[in-house]
Design a protein around this ligand. Structure first.
Ligand code: CA
Length: 643
């Protein structure tokens, strides 16, 4: 990591107005302080992308929402480069112009607003106190930070849930689903606004993706309020009723100290939206990985065999399946403590290791914050219980945990995520969260963090046919939004034709086999769930099994090729030196696309997986044409893969 600071870079100071531009000068942020109110606005290539929107926060050591004057501003340049596995890109170079605005309120108290502006991303945050101040703390009661999009903008957003709703009062857990191309003024479904990330389409002018990063135990996770044309959408703090009313809705920070970063990614087209690395560019790891954490794939019985499968013999079947597929992990879901027990789990873990597979175990996060009855309970919510449990896991050779049912964004809950991750690192455990909040830069901050659910996930495809019908819509939307800003445990490449153990009863899957195989490339997480079933080994054509055996889960690079959120998507991802180009089609008609793949030389021979009429994959070959052009076809609810 290398940081350069060059003072007074590309800075124009006028009375109460400061501008900071991206290194390529296309992206401009204008900050204005007038009548005591601080606002920022954003233009890209001269086009207004964010209208003047408020800056400021209210704390118990000062009101920094009004009565503000601009005291000073300091510009510098920030460059850094870093490597990380586990997200869309291995090596990132971050180059931004930085602006620190020093604002003073009517009591002569100061706050610093920091903007980082790279070619397609903006990050801003607030700092209270100066480096050599006596340490103290402050209660952040709320923020007026807002985002006003131009008229005519359409939205790709997901509502914040009613606290204590859903399965055994476990919500909110970012599982309400996204709508697409909706009017901006629409009132949110539950009156609590919208969760991050939120994607906005400004017609011909481009796209804006809004998120948050760097949220650790030092703050609440926030969301967006409902829109008003005057005020836009404001940063909203957690709802009082979350976690059964436990915990505060405000944040407590150390002073000197700062808030998380709010991020805005801007593109004339969708390329910067899909390829952004802003959640990781502006955060640092909190600790070193204490062990070498391996990416991989896992099998999972619960998706289709459900609760009854959490027994020794059924788990042996899924371990054997993982072993035959060459997968690294098998996830044993809820109630294993009751149905298998700790002693037999040690035996099961040993058995798995003889097959080259390591187990991951499900845990309930609670506590008394919800009523979710699944066990093991009360094992991860206190330090003492955690240490004991994790020590046992380490001795039993367990590789990781999936912790479920958090239900809230209050600081007390963020602290629990943080504590679980830190302790898990001591015992070599990788961590997946379910029933949870959006991770905010966590893949980099916590090196043993893998991915979170925080999405209307595969379990719903099992639960109801409506979700099976909307699966192609969801999976063609997430690369532009939810999965662009954080790894996502969607919970499985599904190969059963029917959502049942006998693969004949209940409702059918609505996607083709190639759609599912391609979804394993499109959906990004470093430990990918392949929710194939033991019966699939004998049912699927060899070409599909072979592909799934070799499915990578880490990517050196990700390039957006084509698509529109909720309609279709084509991404190119590179694993080691090999490119995987995958497409998903959620539309009713077949799609023929002529793709430009500049990363491939003319004449390169590629394996081409596409859908046959019977829904199975067919493997043919395809040669790359002039300037990297290829022609591919996708059936409705189908896909393709080139590699
Ligand atoms: Ca869930």
């Amino acid at each position: 990591m290398k940081i350069l600071s060059v003072l007074l870079f590309s800075l124009i100071i006028m009375v109460g107005t400061v501008e900071v531009s991206s290194p390529d000068e296309f992206l401009n942020v204008n900050i204005n302080v007038e009548n005591g109110i601080a606002t920022y606005s954003v233009k890209y290539d001269g086009q207004e992308m964010i209208l003047p929107s408020r800056l400021g926060l209210k704390s118990d050591i000062g009101d920094f929402c009004q009565g503000l004057t601009l005291v000073d501003s300091v510009a510098s340049e920030e460059t850094s480069s870093y490597n990380m596995t586990g997200t869309k890109k291995f090596h990132s170079e971050f180059r931004a112009n930085k602006l620190n605005l020093i604002l003073e309120n009517s009591e002569k108290k100061q706050i610093i607003v920091t903007f980082l502006v790279s070619n397609h991303d903006i990050a801003f945050r607030y700092t209270l106190g100066k480096e050599n101040d006596n340490p103290t703390k402050a209660k952040i009661i709320g923020e007026v930070s807002s985002f006003r999009l131009p008229d005519g903008t359409t939205t790709f957003i997901s509502p914040q849930a009613e606290p204590m709703s859903g399965w055994e009062n476990t919500k909110p857990s970012y599982e309400e689903g996204y709508s697409s191309d909706a009017k901006m003024g629409d009132k949110s479904q539950f009156g609590h606004g919208y969760v991050f990330p939120a994607l906005f389409h400004l017609g011909n002018h481009g796209w804006v993706l809004i998120g948050e990063t760097g949220v650790t135990s030092g703050y609440v996770a926030s969301h967006l309020s409902d829109f008003s044309s005057e005020k836009g959408s404001k940063i909203a703090f957690p709802m009082e009723g979350a976690n059964n009313g436990m915990g505060d809705t405000f944040a407590t920070i150390q002073v000197p100290g700062n808030t998380p970063w709010r991020t805005i990614t801007i593109g004339k087209d969708l390329k910067p939206i899909v390829e952004t690395t802003i959640p990781y560019d502006v955060v640092e790891p909190l600790y070193e990985p204490a062990f070498e954490y391996k990416p991989g794939r896992y099998t999972w019985s619960w998706l289709i065999w459900q609760d009854n499968s959490i027994n020794y013999n059924d788990q042996v079947e899924f371990i054997d399946l993982a072993g035959r597929m060459g997968y690294e992990y098998c996830l044993v879901d809820a109630a294993w403590d009751a149905n298998i027990g700790y002693d037999k789990m040690e035996e099961l873990s040993k058995y798995a290791q003889t097959k080259g597979v390591r187990l991951m175990l499900w845990y309930n996060s609670n506590g008394n914050s919800n009523n979710a009855p699944q066990s093991p309970k009360n094992r991860l919510n206190t330090k003492e219980a955690r240490e004991k449990e994790m020590k046992w896991m380490q001795s039993a050779g367990i590789a990781g945990i999936k912790v479920d049912f958090f239900g809230g964004d209050k600081q007390v809950t963020i602290q629990l995520y943080h504590d679980i991750l830190i302790d898990a690192n001591k015992y070599g455990l990788q961590v997946i969260f379910h029933g949870c909040t959006l991770p905010r830069g966590w893949e980099k901050i916590y090196p043993n963090f893998v991915a979170s659910e925080a999405v209307l996930a595969s379990e719903n495809v099992y639960f109801n046919e409506g979700s099976a019908f909307r699966q192609p819509f969801d999976l063609t939307l997430h690369p532009f939004c939810r999965n662009s800003l954080a790894s996502m445990d969607w919970g499985g490449v599904i190969m059963n034709r029917f959502l049942s153990r006998d693969n004949k009863s209940r409702h059918s899957r609505k996607t083709t086999d190639v759609f599912e195989m391609a979804s394993g490339i499109i959906m990004q997480t470093s430990i990918q769930c392949v929710a194939m079933q033991p019966n699939n080994i004998n049912e699927l054509p060899e070409v599909e099994i072979d592909f799934l055996k070799g499915l990578p889960s880490t990517w050196e690079d990700t390039v957006f090729i084509d698509g529109y959120p909720g309609k279709y998507v084509v991404l190119a991802r590179r694993h080691e030196s090999k490119w995987y180009i995958a497409g998903l089609n959620a539309e009713k008609d077949s799609k023929e696309l002529i793709l430009k793949l500049p990363m491939l030389k003319k004449g390169t021979k590629l394996s081409y997986y596409t859908d046959k009429d019977d829904g199975y994959a067919i493997l043919t070959e395809l040669n790359v044409g002039e300037s990297g052009e290829v022609k591919v076809n996708m059936k409705p609810n189908g896909g393709f893969i080139l590699n």
